[in-house]
Design a protein around this ligand. Structure first.
Ligand code: ADP
Ligand code: ASP
Ligand code: MG
Length: 474
């Protein structure tokens, strides 16, 4: 029988310090004794944020400030290294891998400060340093347990387009490179520890896949290597019925479909990067979400078909960093192409449109984008409609960033009547004001827009309304 290939990803908290890395290494060694496996790691938790801060500090011309951040990060990795490896020679060898990465960070910050300009390309180069520092640490920790392992830079494996800060993989090239580079290691029984979050263009320019992108790295490699399963190890027991930080009674969902998990991820469930499931859909590779702090628990299995449950609603999610943009005024009724022009403009600036709603009178087109995309979207719209604004055909282009989207997700909502009614009753009881509502024809999701400050109340009441706190049989 062909051995089962497993791709495993460990997030920031799972490699957060020496003791977490040691726990992670134990999990890796355990799996590697049974199956060939490829590991993808994130930066230690908080490190990517600090790197971005260093980059911005440098952009403001403050080299000393940026260097202080890099020094602190160097110290953090040195502490982990020291606690993980008892042997002096091994420590020295590992330092020799880590030091050049930090030195590169210093040079990038100096260059940025000198020019007072932070290009998306440089920001990618700086924010990628965290994974380049953590992968050798994890590899060394696995090696300590008697399992051969080697840190591998994802720039050698994942080929992407040149869209810095949110690059898309080119799967054919990625497949060729990953198999050529990782195949021989696997044959020798060596566990590759790959930097998550990172890729490179065909010309070799480093890119990143977007914040939280290590999940995506794992499924990209899973698909490229035709893995039998992908396991995403994180700091919660699996995919929960809601974000446990907002809904304490949320519980773990044993089985969920690709479709449902993708909807949850798309609407803000941080446990999965929104694009995570794209690469594995075609080959139907199952994806597990498991807790590296409680590896005895089974976690959540994400499969093509999921599992139907009685009430239809599987989980809730909310997305807060979003902005409502509305283009409107009575005059737009006479502008037949206003919808087309609005959305070709959002496409031109690569803004991700999360929800669209248009009233039947056509007085207003409302849509929601990530707050990070809002400013450039509005600027582009004002330019596109400059003439119409001047002639009052379009009265306004307005922005509201104090809003959030809440989504009710479940594949079996299709054909279960009354879900919208129940949701809105529950919200009404809590006096949560609805700004807009959208339900796709797939009926896998009802999303509504509310004031940001009402998110917690909306989630708690809807969670209870659908009895999501009750355990589903595993
Ligand atoms: P990692 O560092 O492992 O990638 P993340 O912090 O990116 O972990 O994602 C895990 C976090 O996602 C959890 O700690 C939890 O707070 C949050 N989260 C939000 N919604 C959900 C959900 N529906 N199920 C599980 N976790 C969720
Ligand atoms: N380290 C990256 C981030 O913080 C990628 C990841 O953790 O998935 O965004
Ligand atoms: Mg994550």
């Amino acid at each position: 029988m062909k051995p089962r290939l497993v791709v495993m990803k460990f997030g920031g908290t799972s490699v957060g310090d020496a003791s977490c890395i040691a726990r992670t290494a134990k999990i890796i060694a355990g799996v590697a004794k049974e199956n060939p496996c490829v590991v993808v790691v994130s930066a230690m938790s908080g490190v990517t944020n600090r790197l971005i801060e260093a980059a911005k500090t440098a952009e403001a011309g403050n080299v000393a400030g940026a260097e202080a951040i890099l020094d602190a990060l160097g110290q953090q990795h040195e502490t982990a290294l020291f606690n993980l490896l008892p042997d002096d020679q091994k420590r020295t060898r590992l330092r020799q891998r880590i030091e050049p990465v930090l030195a590169e960070g210093r040079r990038l910050c100096e260059g940025t400060a000198l020019l007072r300009e932070l290009t998306p390309r440089t920001l990618d180069a700086i924010s990628s340093l965290g994974e380049r520092l953590s992968a050798p640490l994890v590899a060394a920790a696995v090696d300590e347990l008697g399992v051969y392992s080697e840190a591998v830079e994802a720039t050698e494996l994942v080929v992407t387009d040149a869209f810095h800060g949110g690059a898309e993989p080119q799967m054919e090239l990625t497949r060729e490179k990953s198999q050529a580079r990782l195949g021989p290691l696997l044959e020798k029984g060596i566990v590759p520890i790959v930097t998550g979050f990172i890729g490179a263009t065909a010309e070799g320019q480093l890119t990143t896949l977007g914040r939280g992108g290590s999940d995506y790295s794992a499924t990209i490699l899973g698909a490229a290597l035709e893995a039998d399963e992908v396991i995403i190890w994180t700091d919660v027991d699996g995919v929960l019925t809601a974000d446990p930080r907002l809904v304490p009674e949320a519980r773990t969902i044993p089985v969920i479909s690709y479709r449902e998990a993708a909807e949850l991820a798309y609407f803000g469930a941080k446990v999965l990067h929104p694009k995570t499931l794209n690469p594995v859909i075609q080959a139907a590779i199952p994806v597990w979400i498991r807790n590296s702090f409680a590896p005895e628990k089974p976690g959540t299995k994400i499969t093509p078909e999921g599992r139907s449950i009685g009430g239809g609603v599987k989980a809730l999610t909310a997305i807060r960093d979003v902005t409502l943009i509305s283009v409107g005024g009575p005059g737009i009724v006479g502008l037949p192409d206003v919808v087309g022009r609005t959305f070709s403009t959002t496409a031109e600036v690569r803004a991700n449109v999360l929800l669209i709603s248009q009233s039947s009178s056509q007085n207003d087109i409302c849509f929601i984008v990530s707050t990070a995309d809002a400013q450039r979207t509005v600027e582009a719209l004002r330019k596109e409609f400059a003439h119409d604004l001047a002639h009052h055909k379009v009265e306004h282009i307005t922005v509201d960033s104090k809003i959030a989207i809440v989504a009710v997700v479940g594949e079996n909502m299709r054909g279960t009547p009354g879900i919208a009614g129940k949701t809105f009753n529950a919200l009404g009881r809590e006096s949560v004001n609805l700004i807009a509502i959208a339900q796709g024809s797939s009926e896998c999701n009802i999303s509504f827009v509310i004031e940001e400050k009402a998110v917690k109340a909306a989630l708690l009441t809807t969670h209870r309304e659908f009895g999501l706190e009750k355990a589903e049989k595993a």
